[in-house]
Design a protein around this ligand. Structure first.
Ligand SMILES: [Zn+2]
Length: 271
């Protein structure tokens, strides 16, 4: 389970995302956090979603220590609400695309898995990923609540997995999750993710793993941007010098790193 309200709001602020885009990116960040909680041997988990909807590709990343970040191509996408009054995340993301997960482990091994998008609603797509790609039958509930001021008020998610040899329990939980589709409303009202889980599973008290704080944080820096520049061919660096320098803008946090002609000339000396 993951309580991601602050990270989802930060993502919306950074990307100036519309309500439906903020909900989509918030759900994807939550998915990355849930996967990171599950796969402790991975230091970085990245999810790439590329459906045929107007929002275009979205990327969310979770690193060890609860650091989350995300980027998307069309943060200003705007769509009418669904007939039930909810944000049309599924239509914004679309289908005919992949839900791709890359896990980088501490020992350098990289695992990749992917499934076809089921609905673009993200929660169902993550459940499909767990079930088909990781072979762990799972039920997933994700929620991002956007308030009247168009800003994210709450976000969170839960994954319930069947233990090896378990029964058909997951189908039953998925059904109960569908009745709990206001997960984000409940978080705003002060309920904890733990309370929601206990209600859905009706088991009274469950065992919870250690809680890790989750927050939006990028890992870009001037040094890293300099490394990107130094990997360019010499002729391109000379072109940039003619253009009076260069600016590198991070896709994840929109930080801009400016490099002057003098910086670029120094770089040329080392290339
Ligand atoms: Zn950044």
């Amino acid at each position: 389970m993951a309580h991601t309200s602050k990270a989802a709001l930060k993502a919306q602020e950074i990307h100036k995302a519309s309500p439906v885009a903020a909900a989509a990116v918030g759900r994807l960040i939550t998915s990355a956090a849930l996967l990171a909680a599950d796969f402790k041997e991975s230091w970085r988990i990245r999810i790439d979603v590329d459906g045929n909807g107007p929002i275009g590709p979205i990327v969310a990343e979770a690193r060890s220590n609860g650091k989350l970040r995300a980027t998307l191509r069309t943060p200003q996408v705007s769509l009418p609400l669904r007939s039930d009054g909810k944000l049309a995340v599924g239509r914004a993301v679309g289908r005919d695309g992949l839900f791709k997960v890359t896990r980088e482990e501490y020992d350098g091994v990289i695992y990749q898995g992917q499934v076809e998008l089921v609905s673009g609603e993200v929660g169902q797509d993550l459940a499909q990923y767990y079930t088909l790609s990781e072979q762990i039958p799972s039920a997933v509930a994700l929620g991002v609540l956007v308030g009247r001021d168009s800003m994210v008020q709450a976000a969170g998610g839960l994954v319930v997995q069947r233990l090896p040899g378990g029964s058909q329990y997951i189908g039953c939980i998925t059904e109960r999750f569908s009745q709990l589709d206001h997960i984000s409303h409940r978080l705003v009202n002060g309920d904890t993710v733990e309370q929601l889980a206990e209600e859905v599973l009706s088991m009274g008290s469950l065992h919870w793993f250690e809680r890790e704080p989750l927050f939006y944080q990028c890992e870009c820096s001037r040094t890293r941007s300099m490394e990107i520049l130094s990997s360019l061919p010499r002729e391109e660096i000379q072109e940039l010098i003619k253009d009076q320098g260069a600016e590198i803008v991070c896709h994840y946090c929109r930080s801009a790193y400016r490099f002057s002609v003098t910086d670029m000339e120094k770089l040329l000396d080392h290339v």
